[in-house]
Design a protein around this ligand. Sequence first.
Ligand code: ACO
Length: 421
Amino acid sequence: MSTETQADSSAARSGSDTLTVTDNRTGQTFELPITDGTVRAMDFRQMKVDEDDFGLMTYDPAFTNTASCRSAVTFIDGDAGILEYRGYPIEQLAEKSTYLEVSYLLVHGELPTQPQLDEWTNDITMHTFVHENVKEFVGGFRHDAHPMGMLLGAVGALSTFYPEATEIKDTENRHTRGQPLVYPDNDLRYPGNFLGMLYKMTELKYQPDPRLERALDILFILHADHEQNCSTNAVRAVGSSEVDPYSAVAGGIAALYGPLHGGANEAVLRMLRRVGTKENIPAFMKGVKQGEERLMGFGHRVYKNHDPRATIIKSATEDVFEVTGKNPLLEIAMELEKIALADEYFVSRKLYPNVDFYSGLIYEALGLPVEMFPVMFAIPRTSGWISQWLEMVVDSEQKIARPRQIYTGARGRDYAEIGSR
Ligand code: ACO
């Protein structure tokens, strides 16, 4: 708790973990404790001009300098381009681990032993079937419904009739293409099973290409969690009302849907298609620099050096293109990247390719329609959302999320009858 002090702001105080604040409206000085590099916003409330004053608040639209929780799940150093899940560097996990092992790590905090991994894999594999009613639910959407909207609705609906489910899988994509839904095949590994549910036709047994299966596993690992991003913040905020986790995750899916967040991979592909040829790049870049539009897949609130996920994805594209053939949009993407990284506009603003710049090219090479790209982000991010949700519900410092506002509207107006307005 902070204390009011009779100001001694001399240098003798250096070395103590406190912040001395003088309120020049009153001349009062306060000493606020600094813990973990932060001061408590609530400590400012005691700073008042008179008894009736509500007290000083902090104003931080979009949380650009506010920690909203303590978390031991994911560490990011944006300036150094470091990303770690539970302390393990993303590069090592992408090279050596699998998505299911990473999701265990995120949820439980430790890498599993072999028996733990076997049990976890078995549990998930045995729960990949969804309740038959989900099919009817998905069938109710229009044939051209955006899959993210369908995922959002379907996950929200799971809270009503399928409380034990862990996955809803890809019913939306086949619905869009008018194909029959494919049931999971428990002989396949998680990413292979996923590919089977996307692409199995009449063959008795779907055999995924191991290179594609591995690339998908890596993409899922890279998207599993990312600290307090927009959708995780949404999951935490919605979950702070103590609603069920399905509803909280549906809130996260809604946040992820937007083009500034998980919808960026879809927006990147549409942008690359629109640019079309290398010759169109200069005019496109001119428009971006004039603020007419954004170079989608570039820039990040936290990473100001490079996004380590983008580096890993870029090399994964090569493995995928070996199987599928090169995506002609790759050349345009690489050219855009080259130009942007040498351009003063992007350099001075520290704008680098983020995870979404290249992921869409892989999804497209896998034959997925662009609307499915954000869904491919949402599915692996579920393990991060749930890890953060689990952390939140046992955190005694957390309460229902409820920010304050600076009110800018009118006050105390008298109601005017309609004829006199
Ligand atoms: N293209 C062109 N200019 C950009 C871009 C971009 N992609 N991103 C940021 N800028 C510019 C802004 O116009 C601003 O310029 P100014 O100072 O002259 O006004 C400056 O860089 C700072 O940008 P902000 O919008 O303040 O950065 P913020 O941290 O709020 O936004 C965001 C981060 C949303 C990711 C932004 O960079 C963006 O819109 N990128 C494109 C969308 C995208 O790829 N999103 C995916 C992010 S990763 C993820 O969610 C998985």
